[in-house]
Design a protein around this ligand. Structure first.
Ligand code: KG4
Ligand code: ZN
Length: 330
């Protein structure tokens, strides 16, 4: 029985390998994070990222297959991220997948990382129903999309500068909270008072985002206030960021009247964002689809899940790395 897809994700700084069955159950998953490798640079250093993927990927595959006690004869296919992402990092995943596909005589599907994030809501429980509005908020991307059916992805708006996750990470760095910034900021914000009025860039205009002004405003505040309360700055920043995200999501839901609202990507691990999205769901009646928190950030389970969908829909892709792949391309 060919029960599982082996998913590989190496687009940025996580080497992740997973085995996922057709119903979205995750049989096994291991993710090796490179935060320590990049922490001294304050961001992901591409050359080091690909080298770290190269070191990690084969042992992680062996470990996942071994702990799950899955034989290669039980695999239906391999799904691997082909973009968007860092060229060198993508190449490690793609060349590994092609070599294993040849050795094990398996089809290999190149997957769009952004579509993988959307598929994360169908892990464990099938949640997504069409038409859907999607908010994707990660370190690499911030976008709103309308997905009328399983094959059509319409970009409503994206960011003009920083992504929301990038903004979280940079503000966390300004506050000396280290990497990864999002979870640390969220924790600090929980006990803070959102009393500082940071700007809410472009909150009333369309579906485009802009976060660099908010980031600079926090940096200016930190530079000019001695003995500031880090919890209050964190809470005020998170409030500004989530106000912007939620006002646009609310407008998109009111405009498009979708069946489901999916909120995906690393920042979707934020309890504050989750709770605000729940408010929108209650206010508008749209069904909210969130991935399990552990699969909001980059992981190979969502890539394997997307590969099952590509197979079902007969989507054929090549296995070239596509650093700038957009949501409307498979
Ligand atoms: O989806 P992801 O793992 O990678 C990309 O595709 O970019 O997202 C990573 C981003 C980072 O910026 C990280 O700070 C943010 O997600 N993040 C969070 C939380 N956990 C991760 N942001 C806010 N709250 C969190 N709990
Ligand atoms: Zn991602």
């Amino acid at each position: 029985m060919t029960n599982f897809i082996l998913g590989l994700e190496t687009s940025c700084d996580d080497t992740s390998v997973a085995l996922v069955d057709r119903s979205g159950n995750v049989k096994a998953i291991e993710t090796v994070s490179q935060y320590k490798v990049h922490s001294e640079f304050g961001g992901v250093y591409p050359e080091l990222a690909s080298r770290a993927h190269l070191e990690a990927i084969l042992p992680v595959i062996e470990s996942v297959m071994g702990t799950a006690r899955v034989a290669t004869s039980q695999l239906a296919a391999i799904g691997v991220t082909r973009g968007p992402g860092l060229m060198g990092s993508l190449l490690v995943g793609l060349s590994t997948a092609q070599a294993l596909g040849m050795a094990w005589d398996l089809p290999v599907h190149g997957i769009n990382h952004l579509r993988g994030h959307i598929c994360s809501v169908d892990l464990e429980v099938k949640r997504l129903k069409y038409p859907a509005v999607v908010l994707l908020v990660s370190g690499g991307h911030t976008l709103l999309a309308y997905v009328p059916d399983e094959k059509t992805y319409e970009l409503m708006g994206t960011t003009r500068d920083d992504s929301a996750g990038e903004c979280y990470d940079k503000v966390a760095r300004t506050l000396g909270l280290g990497m990864p910034g999002g979870p640390a900021l969220d924790r600090m914000a929980l006990t803070g008072n959102a009393s500082i009025k940071f700007p809410r860039p472009m909150i009333n205009s369309g579906y485009e985002f802009s976060f660099s002004g908010l980031k600079s405003s926090v940096a200016r505040y930190v530079d000019t206030h001695e003995g500031l309360n880090v919890n209050d700055v964190s809470a005020s920043f998170v409030a500004a960021c989530i106000d912007v995200l939620s006002s646009k999501v609310l407008r998109a839901v009111q405009d498009k009247n979708p069946k489901t609202l999916a909120v995906v990507g690393g920042v979707a691990a934020s309890p504050q964002l989750r709770s605000r999205m729940q408010d929108i769901s209650e206010q508008t009646g749209v069904t909210l689809c969130l991935p399990p928190i552990k699969w909001s950030t980059d992981n190979a389970a969502m890539i394997a899940m997307a590969a099952w969908d590509y197979i079902d829909q007969g989507i054929i892709t090549d296995l070239e790395p596509r650093p700038n792949l957009s949501l409307d391309q498979a």
